[in-house]
Design a protein around this ligand. Structure first.
Ligand code: ZN
Length: 139
């Protein structure tokens, strides 16, 4: 975990740092979204849990890092630190009205907007095994 302050209000935010993970039990959708229970999503653009300001994680001022489970005075010093929120679909559209200068950031926002939009339509249907599907119907 990493502790930092959000740009804007300087509220304390906690960010999961890239650690180990795996894709067991994961689901890869045709639009590129990966749902992996053992590999948490770490969004690059987030909403401040204190003031709802949207910011890039890389712009947060880093205060320190610690391992979960170990007693650490850094965590005790920042009891109000919270995990940033995930932006809503409308947050992405609003941000894209004046896209970032960095083409990578603009692409990131566009792709995320698409994935969030597609979330409304995600559903899993059973794929019939070969030979068990009803034959003839609609062909
Ligand atoms: Zn804030």
């Amino acid at each position: 975990m990493e502790l930092g302050t959000a740009p804007g209000c300087f509220g304390a935010v906690l960010q999961e740092t890239t650690g180990s993970g795996n894709t067991f039990g994961s689901k890869l959708w045709t639009d590129g979204k990966l749902e992996a229970p053992m590999l948490p999503d770490r969004p690059e653009w987030v909403k401040c849990p204190h003031c709802a300001h949207l910011f890039w994680v890389e712009e947060a001022r880093k205060l320190g890092e610690w391992n979960i489970g170990k007693r650490n005075s850094l965590r005790a010093d920042w009891p109000k630190a919270q995990t940033p929120l995930v932006p809503s679909e409308s947050d992405y559209y609003a941000a894209l009205k004046t896209p970032p200068q960095d083409p990578k950031k603009e692409r990131y926002l566009r792709v995320r907007a698409l994935l969030v939009r597609n979330d409304h339509f995600r559903q899993v249907r059973e794929i019939p095994e070969e030979g068990t599907a009803s034959s003839g119907a609609g062909r």
